[in-house]
Design a protein around this ligand. Structure first.
Ligand SMILES: CC(=O)N[C@H]1[C@@H](OP(=O)(O)OP(=O)(O)OC[C@H]2O[C@@H](n3ccc(=O)[nH]c3=O)[C@H](O)[C@@H]2O)O[C@H](CO)[C@@H](O)[C@@H]1O
Ligand SMILES: C=C(OP(=O)(O)O)C(=O)O
Length: 434
């Protein structure tokens, strides 16, 4: 297991370029299975989860050619479904969350799919019922092998149907959508997720010949087609990384410019950090964050304490609450952080408390943060990264802290942040991979 040694207290300065979006990449890569024609994808982040999914596709028989460091060509014209029986498939599939999204495309195009229980962050219960209920509505038959937690599904040609999802699951919506585009007839997905990841997937599928309306809303109507063609797709910048850089800049009192942010696609993310007191200027498509020695949390109009909570899009993504929480530790003022979706994502606050932060963990979903207004810096300690976003929050804490920190299990951070040590060191951080 790799660790980061971090010497905190340095101000960073300069430009930083966000990578392509991890969670978009996982959907888009699965969509290449929907056609035998070439699909070229660029701005693919070079991160563990994405590389594992590319490896899985390659082993499944997809022809994969790297055209540039961030650009790949995929051609799924010779799929080997026997691979789904192999140990290697089970091992790879279990190690990432995104692998679950091969089910929809495989069912739609080949009438069969298999899937081990997917991996991803251990941040609470992560059920797949919505995925399966939706695909069953399209006519798929599922078999759940409980002891091995292995799912297999078969279908004749999928048939369009109306469905009201029991929750607006992001990967669930992507899976059902990818089934529906090749189904016979019309599918209506109500209570669909509409994160930018899903909007991007819809745009790509439309370019491939799919007929989808309602993109960006929670009501998707899909008229199935017989066949899809190849396309070219460019991934959006990673909005979670952009938000992480906003928190990092505030906590380290740094002047940084986050380049090429696709600001209109960021939803409530800039507003959330602004309410935490982080000053920023939109300069064209860049976000300039000036050096700030102090930043002050907003209150509501009646003076009551600010509450930052997650919601399905266009609400605030749960993936940024850990960063918002760490940012609040050095603000002036008090904030309630309410992580509604996941029940095990806030436990990392123990480590922040050990570093000197003033936080009350009210219950598994809520933490009250009493900001220290930069009067007392956090202190460096040894800690372990429990999940990808807590990991980056701890890295931000360590970069702001006085002294040396060690963060163990940084593979969690590497799942989603490309060469984060190299990129932050280039603007003045002191992080050593040990
Ligand atoms: C690979 C990928 O894309 N992962 C993202 C995806 O995971 P993923 O697609 O697995 O997450 P889901 O959207 O299915 O659900 C996330 C959690 O929220 C709960 N839930 C969801 C919708 C809802 O309306 N009500 C509700 O309570 C679910 O029960 C679950 O506990 O979306 C999550 C929610 O944005 C993000 O944290 C993950 O980073
Ligand atoms: C929870 C996340 O990822 P995954 O769904 O891949 O575990 C995340 O990106 O914050």
């Amino acid at each position: 297991m790799a660790s980061f040694e971090v010497i905190g207290g340095n101000k960073l300065k300069g430009d930083i370029y966000p990578q392509g979006a991890k969670n978009e990449a996982l959907q888009i890569l699965c969509a290449v299975l929907l056609t035998a024609e070439p699909v070229t994808i660029s701005n693919i982040p070079d991160i563990r989860d994405v590389n594992k999914l590319i490896e899985l596709l390659r082993e499944l028989g997809v022809h994969v050619k790297q055209l540039a460091p961030d650009t790949y060509l995929f051609r799924a014209d010779n799929i080997n479904l026997d691979y789904l029986e192999s140990e290697k498939f089970v091992e790879l599939g279990r190690s990432i969350r995104g692998s679950v999204m091969i089910v929809g495309p495989l069912l739609a195009r080949f009438g069969q799919a298999k899937m081990p229980k997917p991996g991803g962050d251990k941040i609470g219960r992560r059920r797949l019922d919505t995925h399966f209920a939706g695909l069953e509505k399209l006519g798929a038959r599922f078999n759940y092998d409980t002891p091995d937690i292995f799912y297999s599904a078969t279908a004749d040609r999928l048939k369009g149907a109306y469905m009201l999802l029991d929750e607006a699951s992001v990967t669930g919506t992507a899976n059902i959508l990818m089934g529906a585009v090749l189904a016979e007839g019309t599918t209506t997905i109500y209570n669909a997720a509409c994160e930018p990841y899903i909007q991007q997937l819809c745009r790509m599928l439309i370019r491939m010949g799919a007929k989808i309306s309602g993109v960006g809303s929670n009501l998707l109507v899909i008229d199935g087609v017989e066949k899809l063609q190849g396309t070219e797709h460019v991934m959006l910048p990673d909005m979670i990384e952009i938000g992480s850089f906003m928190g990092l800049a505030a906590m380290t009192g740094s002047e940084i410019t986050i380049k090429n942010c696709r600001i209109p696609e960021l939803g409530l993310i800039p507003d959330t950090f602004q309410r935490l007191g982080v000053k920023m200027e939109f300069q064209g498509d860049d976000i300039y964050i000036p050096e700030q020695d102090h930043y002050e949390v907003d209150t509501y109009i009646d003076g009551s304490i600010l509450n930052i909570s997650d919601h399905t899009w266009p609400g605030l993504t749960p993936d940024l609450l850990s960063v918002a929480l760490v940012t609040a530790t050095q603000a002036k003022g008090t904030v309630l952080i309410h992580q509604k979706m996941f029940e095990s994502r806030l436990f990392f606050v123990d480590k922040l408390i050990d570093m000197g932060a003033q936080i009350i963990l009210c219950d598994p979903h809520r933490a009250t943060v009493i900001g220290m207004n930069n009067h007392i810096p956090l202190r460096g300690i040894r800690m372990t990264s429990p999940d990808i976003r807590a990991g980056v929050a701890l890295l931000i804490a360590a970069l702001s802290a006085e002294g040396r920190s060690i963060i163990d299990n940084v593979e969690q951070i590497d799942r989603g942040y490309q060469n984060i040590d190299g990129r932050l060191n280039a603007i003045g951080a002191q992080i050593r991979r040990i």
